[in-house]
Design a protein around this ligand. Structure first.
Ligand code: ADP
Length: 257
């Protein structure tokens, strides 16, 4: 059942009573489950043929006797097949979150090293976009976490900071210890997020108006994945933003040392 309640007031604002509404939403929940199952099984089924496509592409790309133009086209095909693979991985992860089967491989990790690697990984794309990417990180920042998933969190935040910034803008990754917590911040001086969209950015498939208008490519899955991974670590992630001036995402995770 879904419930909602509302006060009823008269013309002078006096309280007349209240309306309490109960709605039976079994069918709606079942429909959402069916949709989640469908997305999960389609993503799963697409993975095997795509792995085969990528394997053959890799062999072809390594061949020395391809004409230059064919080799260049094959690389485009390979790049797009890799994008498809990343998208499928995101959809599978979203499916695992939805049906509660997301498994974390917790172990000793270093948030500073993870953030440093993410910054190095994004260095070239930041340079290409004309964005200065800097990191302000301590030598080490130990915590217990699923290092691979945490890297995914920082990768998503950093790639967004670059995607939603303009040439000449800056993006900064910082991390620090606060008591028994580790805080990772990704800030940019980019296009920002409209105030009325702030509550929705962590939703599945949500894309901002500016993102669509500026034709910035995306699926609306990145932040939903960030939110789910951080929540699975018993952490929180928040966003502050001013349209036209920039955005800061802050993930706070228990160090659990
Ligand atoms: P995608 O980037 O694929 O659209 P995300 O889930 O990563 O999906 O982000 C959802 C939306 O949040 C984006 O479409 C964009 O509107 C907004 N957003 C995310 N990160 C930023 C950022 N650093 N600056 C401005 N807007 C952002």
């Amino acid at each position: 059942f879904s419930t909602s309640a509302r006060q009823v007031r008269g013309p002078d604002g006096e309280r007349l009573g209240a309306v309490l509404a109960y709605q039976e939403i079994t069918d709606l929940i079942r429909a959402i489950e069916v949709k989640d199952e469908f997305v999960a099984s389609v993503s799963h089924e697409l993975r095997t043929p795509l792995t085969s496509v990528l394997g053959h592409l890799e062999l072809l790309c390594e061949s020395d006797d391809l004409p230059a133009e064919a080799a260049a086209q094959l690389r485009v095909v390979q790049r797009n097949a890799l994008r498809l693979q990343a998208l499928l991985a995101d959809l599978l992860l979203i499916g695992q979150v939805a049906d509660g089967t997301l498994e974390l491989h917790m172990g000793p990790a270093d948030a500073a090293a993870i953030a440093r690697e993410a910054v190095e990984f994004a260095r070239v794309s930041a340079q290409r976009a004309g964005i200065s990417l800097t990191a302000d990180l301590p030598e080490r920042l130990p915590l217990r976490a699923d290092a691979q998933r945490l890297r995914q969190v920082v990768d998503n935040l950093v790639s967004n900071a670059i995607k939603y910034s303009r040439s000449g803008d800056a993006a900064t990754v910082t991390a620090r210890q606060e008591g028994d917590r580790v805080v990772i911040e990704v800030a940019d001086t980019g296009i920002g997020i409209a105030a009325e969209e702030l509550d929705h950015v962590f939703g599945r498939f949500f894309r901002g108006g500016e993102a669509i208008q500026r034709q910035i490519t995306g699926t609306g899955l990145g932040l939903s994945i960030v939110g789910s991974i951080v929540a699975a670590h018993d952490g929180t992630v928040t966003v502050e933003s001013e349209q036209g001036r920039g955005t800061t995402f802050r993930a706070t995770l228990p160090a659990r040392l």
